[in-house]
Design a protein around this ligand. Structure first.
Ligand code: COA
Length: 373
């Protein structure tokens, strides 16, 4: 079997950022207006008032201090509270395709590759712009060259699933170079009127190149030592947006067609599940926590990651062992462990090992063991 190598990554960060204070000010204006509009019903006990959000709560509960977004003005406008994205004609590139190309270009440059070298393009992300044509086919066309492409959606775990899919192609010999890209416009599925979750997500795009080791310089990138995927059905993170919406006999509310979660349950279920998965995966490769120099974890919640790292390592992780980008990026779904890897992998010495892990709705989780070449 051939050896797959994660040879390079690329990151595209949207130019606009929203701080917790800015987000909370917009949310609280919405709340004040709502309570004023419904004052009589609230006074009569017929409707519950809404409560203010707080920047202190957000930082403490999640570790998030800001997030990059594709449209700041629309999200912060209390009359809109979602990104406003220009409708594109069928002959124009979609916004996600543009983001994908902006992450792919530095990724290919870092690997010293061009479009002509790529055999397959996988778009792996939580939200796709349409059922068809596949976004990956659009990205492949924008890229040029002769690759084929397909989309893959396993929510926040999509990148781990994408890396295993790409690595399997390399291992079997069906492709020599696979580009995996994660264009996440999470703010478009986030309910900015929901106090429990309005602060969670940001927008970004990452790309990763997975290649046959025979084609890669001996000191470039990371050997993919092993990959492991698992799923367990749960409704605790759910989005009921779908193509059957217009046919349903009970029309759904807007809120039901956006991200909805039971955050407490997710925290309790997913943290231990991911920690156990990583420990078992290391064990399957005759590795232990002592062999692990770094954890590149999905950035959903700082407290959850602290718990996962502690269970994996058997003690609290240092900042160097479990670097984070929560504060700056928020939760960027599938892209988030790739951002952490992109920013915090270069200092590993040859032979040193790290684990990348994505996890989220489904539930779904994946672990990728990487060894610096
Ligand atoms: N501002 C101020 N207070 C808030 C608030 C906000 N925006 N949102 C909730 N609160 C309040 C609640 O009303 C509650 O008040 P109470 O104790 O008086 O009832 C209190 O804060 C605690 O709420 P809770 O929902 O239990 O907070 P939490 O500590 O669980 O943190 C999450 C919430 C969402 C940050 C956390 O549960 C989480 O991150 N879970 C995992 C989510 C996840 O990873 N999802 C995966 C997506 S990929």
């Amino acid at each position: 079997m051939k050896q797959a190598v994660l040879s390079a990554t690329g990151l595209y960060t949207p130019p606009e950022s929203i701080s917790n204070d800015e987000l909370v000010a917009s949310f609280n204006t919405y709340v004040d207006r709502y309570n004023e509009t419904h004052a009589a019903e609230i006074a009569a006990g017929e409707r519950a008032p809404l409560s203010h959000s707080s920047a202190e709560f957000i930082t403490k509960a999640s570790g998030i201090e800001s997030r990059y977004v594709v449209d700041k003005a629309g999200i912060l406008d209390p009359d809109t509270m979602h990104p406003r994205i220009r409708t594109r004609g069928n002959d124009e590139p979609s916004l996600q395709c543009e983001m994908a190309m902006a992450a792919i270009e530095p990724c290919l440059a870092a690997a010293g590759r061009t479009a002509a070298d790529i055999d397959a393009v996988l778009v792996a992300c939580s939200n796709l712009p349409r059922p068809y044509p596949a976004l990956a086919v659009e990205v492949q066309s924008a890229l040029g060259g002769g690759a084929f492409g397909f989309d893959l959606n396993v929510a926040c775990a999509s990148a781990a699933f994408g890396i295993q899919t790409a690595a399997d192609m390399i291992r079997s010999g069906s492709a020599r170079r696979v580009l995996m890209v994660n264009p996440e416009i999470c703010t478009a599925h986030l309910n900015f009127r929901d106090r429990d979750s309005h602060f969670i997500f940001g927008d970004v795009c990452t790309a990763a190149l997975i290649e046959d080791a025979d084609d890669v310089a001996p000191s470039q990138g990371f050997d993919i030592v092993g990959t492991h995927l698992q799923t367990q059905f749960s409704n605790n993170i759910r989005n009921n947006f779908g193509f059957l919406n217009r046919t349903e006999t009970q029309p759904r509310t807007d809120a039901d067609r956006l991200f909805v979660q039971n955050g407490r349950k997710v925290f309790k279920d997913v943290g231990p599940m991911v920690a156990e998965m990583i420990v078992d995966h290391l064990g399957a490769h005759a590795l232990t926590a002592a062999d692990v120099r770094r954890l590149w974890l999905h950035q959903a919640n700082i407290n959850m990651n602290t718990l996962i790292a502690k269970r994996v390592l058997g003690r609290p992780a240092t900042a160097a062992e479990m670097p984070s980008v929560f504060a700056e990026y928020g939760n960027t779904s599938s892209a988030s462990p790739v951002i952490v890897f992109h920013q915090y992998a270069g200092d590993l010495a040859p032979g040193e090992i790290g684990v990348m892990s994505g996890f989220g709705a489904g539930y779904s989780a994946g672990s990728v063991i990487l060894r610096r070449r």
